[in-house]
Design a protein around this ligand. Structure first.
Ligand SMILES: *[C@@H]1O[C@H](CO)[C@@H](O)[C@H](O)[C@H]1NC(C)=O
Ligand SMILES: *[C@@H]1O[C@H](CO)[C@@H](O)[C@H](O)[C@H]1NC(C)=O
Ligand SMILES: *[C@@H]1O[C@H](CO)[C@@H](O)[C@H](O)[C@H]1NC(C)=O
Ligand SMILES: *[C@@H]1O[C@H](CO)[C@@H](O)[C@H](O)[C@H]1NC(C)=O
Length: 458
């Protein structure tokens, strides 16, 4: 049995759940028969069952030329442009760097906590790097759960609306240290050469021990050159992390790539306290690493380093020109005296043949026979189209995707005939206590594992 969960070091009553379920979910045995299996070390899969199919024989242009300016969710794209994950699984990737939340929980200084939370907010979008495959649109009522005993948390998400698409998620520490939740309304727009994704919706991180809550919104994302040339991804916009206990905040600026690409992937910002005094400067790249440094040291380094002019925040996605990915890709210049906050985990060697997945992403759709009995029937892992694509069977993936979408349409027609409203299962539209805005909040009960009234969506 695995014994990696730090929870086990705590007394039993501080843990919210028994680990009975988590154990089953956690992993699968090492199959090479090595001694580690006898020692009880279990491991998640490291690769997908099949390599991805080449997209070379498909012309996106023939599909998209009629659709400039339209919302992409209304355009039917061949499944070959997808990656074998549901959008619900994709947003679970925010959890890849949960160790940063644990670290924030353990720090007693509030400014130090804020800088680690900032690193978490940046790391949460790092998995997007080079991921140009489109995740599957979740069906209404689809769910995804992720229990990670080794990192001591569990997550549940649900597709709570179809038009517009809204995905809600809720993660919580098994030690009651934190809650991390949010709802995302991805708005995709097609601009001719690029697709812009605006991840509307608020992230809320609660550090329970410190009675603190932080909220922020993710940056904009643009996929360039979807018709011709090299696909590449840019994230830009301002992310403001607000500490709601005081109103103190951290402002992070995801820079658009700029004329000569010098700013590509750069993130810069600062933490200010309630008297608006700058306490720390934060800098780095969302594709690499993030550092923090004293503002005086930062300013001094900029003076000696010359040019520190603020680039204007142009909107990168709409523009006609500058769609080539810049060659200049300098790595982050570390200012002496900086503290490293986060560094990206390298992608596994076979990632390029597997949709540029991270090691974390490789595990998300894994389905063990023992899991099948416990899972809600609405879980993404049971979606036949995603499963077929994962196995490299594009034809089945296409026909199954069409079948599921038709089934969803038929169910909607039936509801409207009966004047029935769709009711969400695990989340309700309520008021986010920190922002005062409407938000989808988890109502609990998923892990009681009574799924008798879940809808049949597959
Ligand atoms: C692309 O099309 C060519 C010619 O029709 C065919 O020979 C080749 O196998 C196809 N490649 C893929 C990856 O489907
Ligand atoms: C956040 O709010 C808490 C509670 O009022 C306060 O003690 C702390 O200084 C704030 N932290 C930051 C980084 O602003
Ligand atoms: C993976 O990354 C490479 C290198 O940037 C890129 O050429 C390729 O299109 C990416 N593949 C996918 C599926 O996004
Ligand atoms: C499961 O839920 C259904 C409906 O909500 C209820 O009727 C049933 O008693 C529950 N079963 C168990 C074992 O709790």
């Amino acid at each position: 049995r695995p014994s990696r969960c730090p929870c086990r070091l705590e007394s039993d009553d501080s843990c919210e759940v028994s680990f009975k379920d988590a154990l089953v979910f956690d992993s699968k045995p090492v199959t090479d028969g090595s001694a580690t299996q006898e020692n009880g070390v279990w491991e998640r899969r490291k690769i997908l069952p099949a390599e991805m199919i080449s997209r070379n024989n498909f012309s996106v242009w023939s599909i998209l030329k009629k659709c400039i300016g339209m919302e992409l969710s209304k355009i039917a794209m061949p499944v070959v442009f997808n990656e074998p994950l549901s959008f619900l699984q994709r947003i679970s990737e925010y959890m890849e760097h949960t160790h940063l939340i644990h670290k924030a929980c353990s720090l007693s200084d509030s400014i130090e906590r804020m800088q680690v939370v900032a690193a978490f907010a940046v790391s949460a979008v790092a998995s997007q790097w080079e991921r140009t495959g489109k995740p599957f649109n979740p069906l209404l009522g689809e769910t995804y759960e992720l229990v990670r005993e080794d990192e001591c948390y569990r997550l549940i998400s649900e597709q709570v609306s179809h038009h517009p698409p809204v995905s809600a998620f809720h993660a919580e520490s098994l030690k009651k240290e934190f809650k991390f939740h949010g709802s995302i309304y991805p708005k995709l727009k097609f601009w001719g050469k690029s697709v812009e994704a605006e991840p509307k919706g608020t992230m809320t991180l609660e550090l329970l021990k410190h009675k603190e809550a932080y909220t922020w919104t993710n940056p904009m994302c643009c996929v360039h050159n979807i018709i011709l040339g090299k696909l590449w991804i840019e994230q830009y916009g301002t992310v403001e992390i607000v500490n709601h206990s005081t109103g103190d905040k951290c402002v992070l600026n995801f820079k658009p790539c700029g004329m000569f690409g010098k700013e590509l992937h750069k993130v810069e910002g600062y933490i200010q306290d309630k008297s608006k005094k700058k306490r720390l400067v934060i800098y780095g790249k969302w594709t690499e690493c993030m550092y923090s440094v004293d503002p005086k040291v930062y300013d001094a380094s900029k003076k000696t380093g010359g040019d520190s002019k603020k680039l204007k925040q142009e909107h990168s996605c709409e523009g006609e020109e500058a769609d080539e990915m810049p060659e200049v890709q300098e790595t982050v210049t570390v200012i002496p005296g900086s503290a490293l906050l986060w560094r990206i985990t390298p992608r596994p060697a076979h990632s390029a043949q597997m949709y540029n997945f991270t090691s974390f992403a490789m595990t998300l759709n894994e389905l063990e026979p023992s899991m099948e009995r416990l899972l809600a029937p609405t879980d993404c892992r049971l979606r036949p189209d995603i499963r077929a694509m994962e196995n490299g069977d594009i034809d089945t993936a296409s026909t199954e995707k069409e079948r599921l979408e038709e089934k969803q349409r038929a169910a909607r027609r039936e509801r409207s005939q009966d004047k029935e409203e769709w009711s969400t299962r695990w989340f309700q539209l309520r008021t986010n206590p920190y922002t005062g805005a409407e938000d989808w909040l988890y109502t609990g009960g998923y892990f009681d594992r009574n799924y008798s009234d879940c809808p049949n969506i597959y």
